[in-house]
Write a protein that binds this ligand. Structure first.
Ligand code: TRP
Length: 451
């Protein structure tokens, strides 16, 4: 099996992205997603947005703008899985399973919650004044986002590191309680990009909406120009040498320029280029870099139905992972179909003799499927869909009676047939040798154990 690194991150949909968001998060994430080794899951964290914002229009607008920004910036939705959190009902469902194992004491220690409490206490108010359960449970929802897709790496800002650690903690606890030796959840790691630009805003402090010092990204050329004209500079007159290393205007320029362009701009500043002209250069640069995506952005915003379609496709891709996985987790905690129960009991017995493990689950359309896992947990087969648990059960039985197996290889995978009907498929393997080894494992796994 290919082992690409799964990279997952969410964007809370409460605002309109500005130049700082673009350089600091959006652009690097889009670049990272082009690495052939990356399997990227990027999503709009709109359930998280509801925790911070009770203005429906703002939520609606922000989701649209953020989706359009990422696509206009060059995100390739064929390559990555791009979706809205709220389109994945498995997320809130997993949130509940995790809520039931998350220690309250752990959540008491969350920075964001503690900050609210500290502030309340300072003001002589009830410690929990104004604290919703949404805010309190914020880290559990985020853990569900991450664990649902077994992300390896989670690119986030420093303020989010604790949340990723909590996801590990909660995931580990779930694994321990219900995994029976199997690790359901991969332990995620926060990825802090040190090299990524934190852009200064108009006044030189970090560009941030809360400082009201941002440069708009895709609104219009005029608005960008107006903002640039408000960049604070020192009072050196045209003709006087400027100090590029102490100029946030230069820092902004550098974040979008090639090294050659930066060098040229630096020497011009040293030679006394006036600030007015310098702002012009910055505008020209940003406009040439961002003019095209800006146009794409406006085209996208004008066709919300297209955006909707793309996000629905993304949701479908995400749910192709989430639905079967959640079914497994439901099984694990005991939320099992009454019909499939006999199956599970049989499976448990098999495990005791270290045979293969059939794990059956129910699809959304209420058909039944099963996986065959080798003794070491490797997935050998994923079955086709069966109308009911009984049929699925019969197929697993038939596979184990010791008849010669009808295995058909195709490319780097294979399928298993019973009476001229394909009943299950293997995953795609790295190469034919890996495929053949898996077929061998399968044959051994399905050979009846002498008891
Ligand atoms: N809490 C994150 C933030 O505010 C957004 C987010 C939600 C997220 N779910 C996530 C980030 C999962 C990474 C992974 O920035």
């Amino acid at each position: 099996m290919t082992t690409r690194t799964r990279i997952l991150t969410g964007i809370t949909t409460t605002g309109t992205p500005h130049l700082g968001n673009y350089a600091g998060a959006i652009r690097p994430a889009i670049l990272a997603s082009r690495d052939s080794n990356a399997d990227s899951f990027y999503f709009l964290a709109d359930y998280h947005a509801l925790i911070k914002c009770d203005d429906p229009l703002r939520i609606q607008r922000s989701r649209l703008e953020i989706a359009a920004t990422w696509l206009a910036g060059g995100l390739d939705v064929e390559r990555v899985t791009f979706y809205r959190q709220s389109d994945i009902p498995e997320i809130p469902e997993l949130t509940w399973l995790l809520t039931c194992v998350a220690a309250k004491g752990l959540l008491n220690r969350a920075h964001a919650y503690k900050a609210s409490v500290d502030k309340n206490v300072e003001n002589g108010e009830d410690p929990d004044a104004g604290v919703t359960m949404g805010l309190y449970s914020y880290p559990v929802l985020m853990a569900a986002d991450i664990l649902m897709f077994n992300a390896h790496k989670v690119p986030v800002g420093r303020d989010q590191i604790q949340h990723v650690e909590m996801a590990r903690d909660i995931g580990q606890r779930f694994n321990h309680l219900f995994g029976q030796g199997k690790e359901f959840f991969t332990m995620p790691e926060a990825l802090i990009e040190e090299s990524v630009a934190t852009l200064p805003g108009l006044d030189g402090r970090k560009m941030s909406k809360s400082y009201d010092n941002t440069i708009p990204l895709f609104s219009s050329a005029k608005e960008m120009k107006d903002a640039i004209s408000r960049i604070v500079t020192d009072s050196r007159a045209p003709g006087e040498a400027k100090d590029p290393d102490n100029s946030h205007l230069f820092t902004l320029f550098q974040a979008f320029a090639t090294p050659a362009q930066s060098d040229e701009f630096r020497s011009e500043l040293l030679q006394g280029l006036g600030w007015g002209e310098a702002k012009n250069r910055l505008f020209q640069l940003l406009d040439s870099e961002l003019g095209e995506p800006r146009e794409r952005y406006h085209q996208l915003i004008e066709r919300p139905a297209d955006l909707e379609d793309m996000l629905q496709i993304g949701a479908k891709k995400a749910r192709a992972v989430a639905t079967p996985f959640l079914n497994e987790l439901r099984e694990a905690v005991g939320l099992r179909s009454f019909v499939a129960q006999t199956q599970v009991a049989a499976t448990t017995k098999k495990k005791a003799v270290k045979g293969p493990r059939f794990v059956s689950f129910r699809e959304e359309d209420s058909s039944f499927r099963f996986r065959l896992l080798a003794a070491d947990g490797e997935q050998l087969l994923l079955s086709r869909n069966f109308p009911d648990g009984k049929t699925a059960g019969q197929v697993t039985k038939q596979l184990q009676v010791g008849q010669p197996l009808d295995v058909r290889s195709e490319d780097r995978s294979f399928s298993v047939w019973l009476e001229s009907e394909c009943v299950a498929d293997s995953p795609t393997f790295a190469d034919n040798a890996a495929r053949d080894a898996a077929i061998e494992t399968l044959r051994i796994a399905l050979t009846p154990v002498q008891e």
